[in-house]
Design a protein around this ligand. Structure first.
Ligand SMILES: [Zn+2]
Length: 113
């Protein structure tokens, strides 16, 4: 699985409003979220907890195909849609642990989301 990262830094305006990585609008709406918990660094599988609408799914999945934004450690992702760009073009905000720091980045969600 390869992620499609959006080459725009995560930005927040002076009123703490998250800005769309495509158009800069603050009319973003968040919805589904996923937690990735490998338990230990470089684990072959991880616990993936997905919240989609009113459904929560917990599963043990192979790390390599899990969608975890972190290559080796914990990760988190949340989908957003933008009133300006359109509801049919979601973007995903990710937080990933990497070498002692936490990265916050945008990526396009996997197909079928
Ligand atoms: Zn937008």
């Amino acid at each position: 699985m390869s992620d499609t990262w959006i080459d725009t830094a995560v930005a927040i305006d002076n009123q703490s409003q998250l800005l769309c990585p495509r158009c800069g609008s603050f009319y973003l709406h968040h919805y589904d979220a996923v937690f990735y918990e490998p338990g230990k660094e470089d684990a072959e599988s991880l616990v993936k907890i997905s919240v989609k609408g009113m459904t929560v799914k917990t599963e043990l999945v192979p790390t390599a195909t899990s969608g975890n934004p972190s290559l080796r450690r914990d990760g988190f992702s949340m989908l957003f849609w933008c009133e300006q760009c359109g509801q049919d073009k979601p973007v995903e905000l990710t937080i990933s642990q990497h070498k002692g720091v936490s990265l916050m980045e945008w990526r396009l969600p996997p197909e079928g989301v």
